[in-house]
Design a protein around this ligand. Structure first.
Ligand code: PEP
Length: 251
């Protein structure tokens, strides 16, 4: 059956020394009080090689926040999936709304990134979600269905390796959170699309995380919904007490 997962997205926060200190502090806290779910931290590229050896890989997985849509070569400033994997990282966030809106990442670009991540044995945490205008117009189902096109070209076997994260853009970093009912409704819809495409077993095995202003005070209620399998956490992943408070929602 599918796993419960809490994944942190550090975004462009913490210099190298601060990132190492945060990872050490989290590792200590979770070694002392073991989580009842999988835990992942997704860090800026430059942190990866330093953070992977200092966390206990049996407790904390490490991932990048992006990777290139090309294998290698003359793409100045880009970081390939192979490079990410060579640091010891096991995950990569792809399709985050900030990448889609600020860096023009399209369904086609993301399809390439997902394939390259999988080819390098990275687990993509693939993000989908609607903006506020789309929610107001009740178009959220249409939007997520269209975004899933990037991963619906995968074989059933490869689709089985990815994690999905539903993140309503209007809830990211805004303090607004989807209600547990709103999250459940769309997670169930996403799972129904997976079942249509790949069958019920693949759908039942897919972890679908919720992201958007998740915090210790609302995590338990959100994660209690049957189709919400954990969270992708931005701001609250930068403080061990908050991140652990969310992880402890599974206790
Ligand atoms: C995110 O960026 O993935 C996110 C969920 O951010 P926040 O928790 O800060 O809303």
């Amino acid at each position: 059956m599918r796993k419960n997962i809490v994944a942190g997205n550090w975004k462009m926060n913490k210099n190298l020394q601060e990132g190492i200190a945060l990872a050490k502090e989290l590792n200590e806290a979770l070694t002392a009080d073991k989580p009842n779910c999988d835990v992942v931290i997704c860090t800026p590229f430059i942190h990866l090689a330093s953070v992977t050896p200092i966390v206990d890989s049996a407790i904390i997985g490490v991932g990048a926040e992006n990777c290139a849509d090309k294998v290698s070569g003359a793409y100045t400033g880009e970081v390939s999936a192979e490079m990410v994997a060579s640091t010891g990282a096991q995950y990569v966030i792809l399709g985050h709304s900030e990448r889609r809106s600020y860096y023009g990442e399209t369904v086609e670009i993301l399809e390439e990134k997902v394939k390259l991540a999988l080819a390098n044995n990275l687990t993509p945490i693939f993000c989908i979600g609607e903006v506020l205008e789309e929610r107001k117009a009740e178009k959220q189902n249409e939007v997520v269905a269209a975004q899933l096109a990037s991963v619906f070209t995968l074989s059933a076997e490869d689709f089985g390796k990815i994690i999905l994260a539903y993140e309503p853009v209007w809830a990211i970093g805004t303090g607004l959170t989807a209600t547990p009912e709103q999250a459940q409704d769309i997670h169930a819809y996403i799972r129904s699309l997976i079942a249509e495409k790949y069958g019920q077993e693949v759908a039942d095995n897919c972890s679908i995380l919720y992201g958007g202003s998740c915090k210790p005070s609302n995590a338990k209620e959100l994660f209690a919904k049957p189709d919400v399998d954990g969270g992708l956490i931005g701001g609250a992943a930068l403080k061990v007490a908050d991140f652990k408070g969310i992880i402890d929602a599974f206790k």
